[in-house]
Design a protein around this ligand. Structure first.
Ligand code: SF4
Length: 297
């Protein structure tokens, strides 16, 4: 059972808008994340090895969000709200608590635009509210040349392979169902794309895997693909580096020495690898005609 907690603030103003995700604000209706991805960037001792054990529901979040958005709207400080930056907005418990749905109602009322980032198919439940936001949201003036409407939806994938997903992101909606939700969302007419974050070195960033990703998403007619390689942090038992290294040792022993070499003393793949990765992604974007930034077509 998740803990129920009260918070003082829900709406977080970002210091600088991220050029990929276009976030002016972020909100997280839940704390921690039952999708439990081993590579998750929020991992660490605060949440423990099983993120689901530290899951919390912010019971007063809607009332506070309403007040905070009212104050921002009064000053015309419109900006894109990212749901979510440190959890998934459509966790299993969202079916019961409906905090994301209620947050979207409040966001629609105050006419803010949103960027939903998810690994879940539960988003399909909220198309009604997303259509309302899409039509009525007030975009920040500097993004008007780039965006036609008020909703962006990014589905996150680190693999399309069910077996790989069951190791690295076993709490999330399986890739096949995520893909179905992605296809439905494209057909609804929302600005929809893919966050390929993180790709798993030598597992889901192989040439074969990358072509599978790009051909699949081309067929889905997505608006963009945002790829990134992995970063892994920490040497304690609840840290992402430890958990991913344990999984590599257990399921991909042939890759253990490569991962050890790259991550023993660092948190990211070496510069030469990242350079080759960027070049490859650029080539694939051009080959498949899929832009690697968010912009309305
Ligand atoms: S869905 Fe996102 S926030 Fe949740 S565990 Fe996975 S990477 Fe972390």
């Amino acid at each position: 059972m998740p803990r129920e907690i009260e918070v003082k603030s829900v709406l977080n103003k970002t210091r600088k808008r991220d050029s990929w995700f276009l976030d002016d604000y972020t909100i997280n209706m839940y704390s921690s994340c039952s999708f439990n991805c081993l590579y998750c960037y929020i991992r660490g001792s605060k949440y423990g090895e099983n993120l689901e054990d530290s899951l919390s529901v912010k019971t007063n979040a809607i009332e506070i969000l309403d007040r905070q958005l009212f104050n921002r709207a009064k000053k015309e400080q419109y900006g894109i709200i990212v749901l979510s930056s440190a959890t998934d907005p459509y966790l299993q418990i969202e079916e019961k608590y409906q905090l994301t749905r209620q947050a979207l109602e409040v966001i629609a009322k105050h006419k803010f635009p949103v960027h939903i980032i998810t690994k879940s198919d539960l988003i399909t439940r909220d198309y009604d509210l997303l259509h309302q936001i899409n039509k009525t949201a007030i975009l920040p003036s500097d993004l008007k040349p780039r965006l036609k409407n008020g909703v962006i939806v990014s589905f996150s994938f680190s693999t399309l392979d069910e077996a790989v997903a069951s190791i690295f992101e076993k709490g999330a909606t399986c890739p096949a169902n995520r893909l179905k939700a992605l296809n439905k969302t494209v057909k609804e007419g929302f600005l929809t794309g893919v966050s390929l974050m993180p790709l798993l070195p030598f597992i889901s960033d192989t040439t074969e895997s990358l072509h599978r990703f790009f051909s699949t998403f081309k067929e889905s007619n997505v608006d963009y693909v945002l790829p990134a390689t992995i970063t892994l942090h920490g040497n304690e038992k609840a840290d992402s580096k430890t958990l991913v290294m344990n999984a590599i040792r257990k399921h991909y022993s042939e890759l253990e020495s490569k991962y050890q070499g790259y991550f023993k003393n660092g948190f990211q793949m070496p510069a030469f690898y990242q350079k080759a990765f960027s070049k490859k992604m650029q080539e694939l974007s051009e080959e498949y005609g899929l832009q690697n930034f968010i912009r309305s077509k």
